[in-house]
Design a protein around this ligand. Structure first.
Ligand code: ZN
Length: 326
């Protein structure tokens, strides 16, 4: 799963914080335990010395090294048993245990693989980032079908509410089955018909499953790509890389950015890269096929309409409707 650098950095910081907290808490418990049961301090000191004692024993005893080692081992076992009894008699079980992650020792990695503890922290930080992006009220539950007319649209010969109910269900299923099937969606239709609302709802639901999701307005997206290309820095390039590799990229309002050669080239490269890697995209736009072809290039239009499942939004401008209703 391709978490963004931001999420990964935050998760690593959280793990480091957890490690520091655990260590200082354990130290505090030890000092309390030592003052309560002084014999514990002696035992811990003796146990720490036993490795050195073992080496020393081997050196001093020369030929009878094995017997000396055995003596140290026995003493060690006795001390450990005594310590265990003392702890059991005076404290809660596990009270003095070092409860670091048993898999990675709180380093976050087992070899070169990310440990499950760090993965969980990534998912948690991802949720926080998502709620910062998708902090609004856009969810499937808040999508209101009653804003769409239940009368036949004379131009399209369909009932908008019926169409939009299908669209809502389609989007919900898309999010629900994202793990199994990740297609690309193109949400088209004029302004104010709820395209952004459903794109955000899908982004939130998919992000909550632990996938990395990037959401950008078209203007924001091209701004970031431009910065990475013309003002390369570690940060700008990490941002561009997240846009290229995240599990789901949502581009909102394609066609509202300032047009230009850079935009066309960057869009074409990004679409191809993600299509080839099989990474999902959701794009909302007011453009239709011809307009996209004119604005960008016929190649981009053919990608958009050949590789994306199109959902057409119908109805009246919801913002205008809301103004009338309240
Ligand atoms: Zn771990």
């Amino acid at each position: 799963m391709g978490y963004s650098t931001e999420v990964l950095t935050r998760a690593r910081d959280a793990l480091a914080q957890r490690r520091a907290d655990r260590e200082s808490e354990l130290a505090a418990r030890h000092s309390r335990a030592y003052s309560q049961v002084p014999r514990l301090r002696e035992i811990d000191m003796l146990l720490r010395q036993s490795a050195a004692k073992a080496a020393q024993a081997v050196f001093l005893q020369g030929g009878d090294a094995q017997a000396a080692m055995e003596a140290v081992k026995q003493e060690n076992l006795q001390l450990q048993a005594e310590r265990k009894d003392l702890v059991a008699a005076n404290f809660e079980p596990q009270w003095l245990e070092d409860n670091r992650c048993p898999h990675c020792g709180d380093t976050g990695y087992v070899g070169s693989t990310m440990c499950q503890c760090l993965q969980q922290l990534c998912a948690l930080e991802q949720r926080k980032v998502l709620s910062a992006i998708f902090g609004g009220s856009e969810s499937f539950e808040t999508f209101r079908l009653d804003y769409y007319s239940d009368r036949m649209d004379p131009k399209f010969r369909v009932v908008p509410r019926v169409v939009m109910e299908k669209t809502l269900n389609y989007c919900r299923d898309y999010a629900r089955h994202f793990a199994k099937a990740q297609g690309n969606l193109l949400l088209t239709g004029t302004t104010g018909l709820g395209k952004t609302h459903l794109a955000l709802a899908m982004g939130r639901a998919i992000g909550e499953q632990g996938y990395s999701v990037c959401y950008e307005s078209a203007a924001g997206l091209f701004g970031k790509l431009e910065k990475a290309k013309f003002y390369p820095s570690q940060e700008s390039q990490a941002e561009a890389r997240a846009l290229e590799t995240c599990d789901l990229l949502i581009i909102d309002d394609l066609g509202t950015e300032m047009p230009g050669q850079f935009v066309t080239a960057a869009l074409y490269a990004l679409l191809n890269q993600r299509l080839m890697a099989g990474k999902a995209m959701i794009i909302t736009t007011n453009l239709n096929v011809e307009e996209a072809g004119q604005r960008y290039s016929p190649q981009i239009a053919s990608r958009l309409y050949g590789e994306f499942y199109r959902l057409t939004f119908l109805g009246e401008d919801i913002r205008a409707l809301k103004r009338r209703m309240y």
